[in-house]
Design a protein around this ligand. Sequence first.
Ligand code: B12
Ligand code: SF4
Length: 517
Amino acid sequence: MELYHNQVTREQGPFSLRMFHRSWGILMIQRNISAPTTVMDFPTRAAFEKELLANEYDIVGISSIIVNVGKVREMCRIVRRVSPRSTIVIGGHVAAIPGIEKLVDADHVVKGDGVAWMRNYLGEDAAAPIEHPEIVSGFDARTLGLKLPQAKGSTAATIIPSVGCPMGCNFCTTSAFFGGKGKYLNFYNTGAELYTVMSQMSDKLGVQSFFMMDENFLLHKRRAMELLELMKRDNKAWALYVFSSANAIAQYTMRELVELGVSWVWMGLESPRSSYTKLEGADTKKLAAELREHGIKLLGSTIVGLEHHTPGNIEGELEHAVAHDTDFHQFMLYTPVPGTPLYQQMQREQRLLDINLADIHGQFKFNFQHQAISRDQSKEFLDGAFRLDFERNGPSLFRVCRTTLQGWIRYKNHPDLRIRRRFCHEAKALKWSYSGLLWAMERILRPTNERIAEEIRLLREVLRREFGIACMLSERYLGPLLLVAAKREARRLAHGITYEPKAIIERTNWVRNPLDF
Ligand code: B12
Ligand code: SF4
């Protein structure tokens, strides 16, 4: 249930940024139906069974992605056994598996949006406006072996403006699942609608930052610019974390991005030789450097094992990727996932391998016959890419700190108070936490990566010049604590420790407390 550690910082040992995320799709459905509902996030088998026995559920909805189809099958079995009168509905990306109806014992399999489907099924108005649930984007964050404090409002709220993406890249499962090229589903069409939702979340959760869960947020320029106007009108110094393609980012000036509060961007770099429309005309290295100069953290995403890759050229391509020196870098194997145009193409070409669905997720080995790279090699290149990025550019949290500092230095005296306030807010962590963290990082890395350790030392000096006493206190008191905790964490990781979120149960529209039944 981790994003960064699964597919971004996984080779960064104790420096990996770790946190869990709730299941936003079912939270969205729960908020938008009037029936009494229970959402169980990360239930154990026993807890699931107990819940079914304790209450007579008319419908049991199960959300899943493809890799977890085995769990869905088992959950269906449990429902049939302990709650035979319940109707089972399966939704989420697992529904894209061809022949899913034969793999699991369910009554309905829902492809695409579940809010409208569930409203229809329950006889409610499918076209009613979408209410947004209050979602904190991540929880139980930890790094260097310590759990980070999570004060109210300190973690961004997740906002889900839309699902799907009209760009229709051939491998993209979210685009395919919500209609493919040219199609997507907007929950909030205008900047004004978005602004209203964000204001509600800001009031309820006390947040000033938002993780915009939209595949290509900046692509919808009119909506973004309308949002900006309202933010300016009401003097909101919000920070936005967005996913956006290079061509969508290129529609904006840096000034517009900064005014809009864009603080973190997830951008597909894919490959210098790929022909995806989203990269058309983009000099991604130049763009990456420019974004960082303006304090915008960048998560670059690169595909390993594209059709033109060979053992001879892939290293050059990975060097190119790593040379972007992004704050974070995700590497993913080129993967034909059921439901995508790429999957259909591979099926036609009879190149799909017979692989367990649980292993088709882009972080293990190829599930198709590549022209030049074997399945085992695919894993070597993938793991090597993460390691190269770590060795070359250092821990992501060091890079985030550097970019945040660049933004602070550039904008701390900006004439627009709204802009200044945002950078000031982001710089708080630099002052009090990052110095201690960098102090510990430098000491751990010195024996293995002298060059990065030196870069960290230089960054600490700049931080001290900027923030003085706060940094020194952080180095003196937090630094040694993090050093000990990080060393302990490295040992735990070497012993194979993993982290799991605890089960969460949330009920809505219940007339009586279920414990009273
Ligand atoms: C948040 C997220 C995560 C979180 C998951 C947290 C959690 N509690 O599950 C984290 C970061 C942990 C994660 C991990 C992984 N993820 Co992920 N993740 C996402 C992400 C970015 C957002 C999901 C989301 O909330 N979307 C917004 C909601 C509203 O949309 P939705 O979930 O699709 O729900 C809608 C419909 O699907 C439907 N629906 C959903 N559930 C149900 C249930 C019922 C009953 C019904 C009727 C309808 C229904 O209705 C909803 C409203 O429209 C998506 C990409 C994306 N843009 O969707 C990838 C995505 C879901 N992840 C993906 C993958 C591959 C993974 C990993 C395997 C990555 C890896 N290699 O490590 C792991 C697996 C973790 C695991 N063990 O399950 C793939 C799934 C591919 C597929 N076809 O199955 C996606 C699509 C990314 C991608 N483009 O490849 N992920
Ligand atoms: S731009 Fe990104 S989200 Fe959109 S289709 Fe391509 S890969 Fe998917």
